[in-house]
Write a protein that binds this ligand. Structure first.
Ligand SMILES: Nc1ncnc2c1ncn2[C@@H]1O[C@H](COP(=O)(O)OP(=O)(O)OP(=O)(O)O)[C@@H](O)[C@H]1O
Ligand SMILES: [Mg+2]
Length: 268
C-alpha cells in the first residue's frame, strides 16, 4: 500500500527537506528531518501524525513564510516558495474572517488582494457561498454566523481564490462531528469540481482516509515520513457511506498500526 514517490511535473516537490528551529540555541529542534515528498497536480494528500511531527512547519515552508533557514529542494508549481504566491491558498482551523466584513465581503477578500476584476470576484464569491449553503447569509457579519457557518465562509474564500494548490491545516478540527461531516462532503464536492491540489493536515485519521488519494504518515522528534499510503477507495466518495465500507476500515486499521509503531519506535 506504499505509494511511489516519482511523479512527472508535480504540483509540489520536496526533496531532502530539513528544518531546524533555534539552530544557534543550546537546544535546537529538528522539526523536519530529511523529508522527501512529491504531490501530483490535482491530488488530495493528507499529512497525519502526532503533535509536533512537523506538519504545520511543512505547510508554512510551502507558503514561503517560514523564517527559519532550511535545507533541501522545495518547489511549488515549479517555483521556489515565496510569500504572496498566487498559486497558493491557505485555510486554517480558525476561520480568520474579518468581523467588519459581511460573508460576501469576506469571501471576496483574497480576490481583492489579488486584484481580480470586481464583477468576477462578486459572482465567484456569491456562487461559492451558495454552494456551501450560505446563499441566504451573504450580507450577514461573522458575529451572526455559527462556528460551522463561518468555517463554510472560509472554505468559500479559499476556493474563490482559484489557486491551483490549497494548503489546509486542520480546517475542520474545531467543529462538532455533524458539521464536520457536512464540510468534508462539501470540500470533496468542490475538490472534484475544481480539481485543485490539496495538502490537508488533520489529526482525524478517518477524515484523512475518507478524503485523500494518499495519506502521508509522519512521526516526531525528529519529524520524518513513516509511510506514504495510497487510498484505493473509489470516487466519488460519500463520507457517510464510507463508515460502512469494509475496505475503508481495513485501510484505517493499517494506518493506525503504522502510527502506533511510529510512536513505539520513538519511545525506544
Ligand atoms: N517557531 C518555532 N520556534 C521553535 N520551535 C518551533 C517553532 N515552530 C515549530 N517548532 C517546533 O517544531 C516541531 C514541529 O512543529 P509543528 O508545528 O510543525 O508540528 P505539527 O505537526 O504541526 O504539530 P500539531 O499537530 O500539534 O499542530 C515541534 O517540536 C515544535 O515545537
Ligand atoms: Mg500543526
Amino acid at each position: 500500500m506504499t505509494a511511489g514517490n516519482s511523479i512527472a511535473d508535480p504540483a509540489i516537490s520536496i526533496d531532502r527537506l530539513t528544518v531546524r528551529f533555534g539552530a544557534q540555541s543550546a537546544r535546537p529542534v529538528l522539526a523536519v528531518d530529511d523529508v522527501s515528498l512529491q504531490i501530483a497536480q490535482g491530488e488530495f494528500v493528507s499529512l497525519v501524525g502526532p503533535s509536533g511531527c512537523g506538519k504545520t512547519t511543512i505547510l508554512n515552508l510551502l507558503t514561503g513564510l517560514l523564517a527559519e533557514p532550511w535545507q533541501g529542494q522545495v518547489h511549488l508549481m515549479g517555483q521556489v516558495p515565496a510569500p504572496g504566491n498566487p498559486a497558493l491558498s491557505y485555510m486554517l482551523a480558525r476561520d480568520c474572517l474579518f468581523p467588519w466584513r459581511t460573508a460576501l465581503q469576506n469571501a471576496s477578500y483574497g480576490m481583492e488582494l489579488r486584484k481580480v476584476d470586481p464583477a468576477l470576484r462578486d459572482s465567484r464569491a456569491r456562487d461559492l457561498l451558495a454552494r456551501v449553503g450560505l446563499g441566504d447569509f451573504m450580507d450577514k457579519y461573522p458575529k451572526a454566523l455559527s462556528h460551522g457557518m463561518r468555517q463554510r465562509c472560509a472554505l468559500a474564500r479559499t476556493f474563490a481564490l482559484d489557486a491551483p494548490v490549497l494548503l489546509m491545516d486542520e480546517p475542520f478540527g474545531a467543529l462538532d462531528a455533524q458539521t464536520k461531516l457536512q464540510l468534508e462532503d462539501l470540500l470533496l464536492g468542490l475538490w472534484s469540481e475544481h480539481r485543485r491540489t490539496v495538502v490537508f493536515v488533520t489529526h482525524d485519521l478517518a477524515e484523512a482516509v475518507a478524503m485523500s488519494d494518499r495519506v502521508v504518515v509522519m512521526c516526531p522528534r525528529p519529524g520524518r515520513i513513516l509511510a506514504d499510503v495510497r487510498i484505493d477507495l473509489e470516487r466519488p466518495r460519500s463520507i457517510r457511506a464510507l463508515q460502512q465500507d469494509r475496505r475503508f476500515h481495513e485501510i484505517y486499521s493499517h494506518i493506525w498500526g503504522l502510527l502506533e509503531s511510529g510512536v513505539a519506535n520513538d519511545e525506544k
